[in-house]
Every structure is written in structure tokens, then in C-alpha cells.
Design a protein around this ligand. Structure first.
Ligand code: SF4
Ligand code: SF4
Length: 387
């Protein structure tokens, strides 16, 4: 990872047919290359085929509690699916991982019958192709959580340091997206090595392809190795128009200027009871959220009781156990758990980390089995409290 900004990156033009060349160049630099692959009806980052080709024509349909991907005849867009349930979070913050091996060891010295060895991940060099602006913003949030201050998380740092990020800007938003209102998209602004904008035309002779920009020295070196022509003016105009239309067409928004005060002022609002009637406390929203970082750390003893492994795994503020302290649960009801999630995400997160805990990706809306929509919940509270 080298996110030092390259000097004056000149936008280049990558023809759609040349995308496999980019994949091959990433592999030649020692990266395992993963990109958006349709799997079991959704999109996830997976290994690209040896040819480096990505099938075109896939589109998503999303709404509260609804997600479909289908292939459209006659369409060739490679990055037509906006996002799926899986963000890039698992590539830096593993859903479950061992942290410490603890063994009985009589030779460890008097009073210390244990030996503890940290377990570090064997981090691969991974290039992620097709990272959206909202997920880049979410990664910056995760960096603030896991890498700040004097105690960076070694497992996170090891994985993060070996990521090469190829962003793809969105010129089409899903109905659940609201990154424009969170100022995190649809154009990727920072945190990438390369950024692509896919256009159906704009290349020489009206051909399809990508405007490609470097965001780091490593990205600039890769673009230079591909020896691409400068992007035509027509492509740059099409790129700008695409981003503006995408932002203007978003169907959802959060009133960022009213947060965090709006939620702090309404901690006893009746809307919390209403949403609790529908919420299943299933934790789907936190599992798909690219910024949620809650985790549990447990010791798992070996069957022979001669050692144990300390394991970290994702947790959720919707878990009943999450608020269990010394025999007492301080969030026994769903009302308190939903309120904790939303108020932390949109209010106290700002006090804690200096930024919102929501980047507007819309996943929690799409993947909530009962279609609870945080923008609707905030709007309902805001409606009873005019600015
Ligand atoms: S709270 Fe929802 S919309 Fe916001 S970042 Fe998390 S999943 Fe995305
Ligand atoms: S808001 Fe939806 S996804 Fe989140 S815990 Fe409640 S029911 Fe599950």
C-alpha cells in the first residue's frame, strides 16, 4: 500500500478490452487480484479468472429488504452492479481470527506455568479491483479505529499494508445509496492506488472503456507500465456528467448538518418504540456495514486443557450478550439496541473518531430482512423537530 498522492496524475484511457492487461500487470507485481464476482445471487470479491476477464452486463436491483442481480442482454458494462452484501472490510478486519496461542509450560518459570505466543496473519499482497467510493471512505474509518494512537492492531496493520486498491466510481446509484449526502461519493477522492470510471463511450471512435487515474506512487507506476494514452476530452466530460447525474439522482439522504444534535436531543423519542416493533435484532445490518467494528475476544480451551487459543470474532450491538456485564444487561430490549446502533453510528461516533460512522453505502437497508431504513428513521425524528 502506498497512498502518497502521485504528482499531477494525468487521466489515462483504458479501453474495456484492455482490462485484462491491468489484471495481468497487477499479478506481475505479485498481487492476488480479486474483483466483483456474482456468486449465489449476490456480488462478492473473489479471484478473477486466469484470463483476467470480468463478465459484463450484470445489474443489481435493490430496495429495502430486497436484492437481485441479473444479466441484461445487450449490455456490456463490467462494473454495472453497484455493490453486494460483502464490503472490503473482511480483507483487513477478519470475521474470525486467532490472536494468541497459550500453552501450559512448566519450564516457563515459577509462578508462570503458561507460555503465550502472538499469532500474526500471513498477509498476502491483495489487489482489490472495483472498490466503491463509499467503501474507501469506510476503510478510512476502519483505519482510524485500528491504526490510530500508540496501539495499532498488528493483524489489521499487516493486511492493510499489503492492499492495492483499484477504485471504480459510480455513475449509477442503487435506490438504497446515499453517499452524496454523506460526502463520501460517488466519485472516489482519496485512499486508492488507481481509480477507474467506466464509460459506455468516450474513447477513440466512441468506444467503451475507463478513465484511469493514479492516486499513489504505486498506482502511477502501474499506469506508466501500461503505457496508456491520455484520456480524451470527451471521456473526461462524460465522466464528470456521469458523477453529477449519479449524485443528483440519489433517492435517499441523511441530514448530515443536523447530526449529531438531532439524535442526542431525541433519545426518548417514540420512534424508537415503533422501530423496535419491527426490528428482529438479527444483526444483519451490523454484519454488512463496512464501518462496524465491534468484536468479541474469547479464549477457547483445548480439549486436553493444556492450552487455549484467544480468538477475535465480529460481534454486534444487536447481540443480547453485547450489553451483558457482570450478570446485568444494560440493553435488554430491542429499542435500546437499535437506538445504540443508530446513535453511535450517526452521533457519538463523531465525538469518538471525528467522522460519521455511516458512509451512505445503503447495505443495512438492502440487507435488513424487514426493510428498516435508517434514513427513514432519522427523517421521522427530524419531522417532529423542525430545525
Ligand atoms: S450504517 Fe448502513 S448505510 Fe451507513 S455505512 Fe453502515 S451499512 Fe452503509
Ligand atoms: S435493523 Fe434490520 S438488519 Fe438490523 S437488527 Fe433490526 S431487523 Fe436485523
Amino acid at each position: 500500500m502506498s497512498h502518497r498522492r502521485a504528482e499531477e496524475p494525468t487521466p489515462r484511457w483504458l479501453a474495456r478490452a484492455e482490462l485484462p492487461r491491468l489484471v495481468a500487470a497487477l499479478r506481475a507485481h505479485g498481487h492476488r487480484v480479486l474483483g466483483p464476482v456474482v456468486h449465489e445471487g449476490s456480488l462478492r470479491f473473489d479471484d478473477l479468472p486466469a484470463s483476467g476477464e470480468l463478465p459484463g452486463g450484470w445489474r443489481d436491483e435493490q430496495g429495502p429488504g430486497r436484492y437481485r442481480v441479473s444479466r441484461r442482454a445487450g449490455e456490456e458494462e463490467v462494473f454495472g452492479v453497484v455493490n453486494g452484501a460483502g464490503s472490503i472490510k473482511p480483507f483487513v478486519f477478519a470475521p474470525r481470527e486467532p490472536l494468541l496461542q497459550i500453552e501450559m509450560d512448566a519450564r516457563a518459570g515459577p509462578g508462570r506455568p503458561f507460555r503465550a505466543e502472538p499469532i500474526r496473519p500471513d498477509a498476502e499482497r491483495i489487489a482489490l479491483l472495483g472498490v466503491r467510493a463509499c467503501d474507501l471512505a469506510a476503510l478510512a474509518v476502519q483505519d482510524r479505529i485500528f491504526l490510530r494512537d500508540r496501539f495499532p492492531d498488528p493483524s489489521y496493520a499487516a493486511r492493510r499494508g499489503r492492499l492495492f486498491l483499484v477504485a471504480v466510481g459510480c455513475t449509477r446509484a442503487a435506490p438504497t445509496c446515499f453517499c452524496a449526502s454523506m460526502d463520501t461519493g460517488p466519485r472516489p477522492h482519496a485512499g486508492f492506488d488507481l481509480a477507474l470510471t467506466e464509460l459506455g463511450s468516450g474513447g477513440p471512435g466512441g468506444t467503451a472503456g475507463f478513465v484511469a487515474r493514479a492516486g499513489s506512487e504505486a498506482g502511477a507506476a502501474l499506469l506508466a507500465a501500461l503505457a496508456l494514452d491520455a484520456a480524451p476530452a470527451e471521456a473526461l466530460a462524460g465522466e464528470e456528467a456521469g458523477y453529477q447525474a449519479c449524485a443528483a439522482g440519489m433517492q435517499r439522504a441523511l441530514p448530515r448538518e443536523r447530526l449529531p444534535g438531532l439524535l442526542y436531543d431525541h433519545l426518548e423519542h417514540p420512534r424508537w418504540d415503533e422501530v423496535a416493533e419491527r426490528c428482529l435484532s438479527c444483526a444483519n445490518c451490523t454484519l454488512v456495514c463496512p464501518t462496524c467494528f465491534c468484536h468479541d475476544v474469547r479464549d477457547e480451551p483445548a480439549l486436553d486443557l493444556q492450552g487455549s487459543v484467544r480468538v477475535r470474532q465480529w460481534s454486534s450491538c444487536f447481540d443480547v450478550e453485547h450489553a451483558q456485564v457482570h450478570g446485568l444487561n444494560f440493553r435488554p430490549h430491542i429499542r435500546e439496541r437499535y437506538r445504540q446502533w443508530l446513535v453511535h453510528k450517526l452521533a457519538s461516533w463523531i465525538d469518538q473518531f471525528g467522522s460519521s460512522g455511516c458512509v451512505g453505502c445503503g447495505r443495512c437497508i438492502t440487507w435488513c430482512p424487514v426493510g428498516i431504513d435508517l434514513t427513514e428513521e432519522v427523517a421521522a425524528i427530524a419531522a417532529t423537530s423542525p430545525p
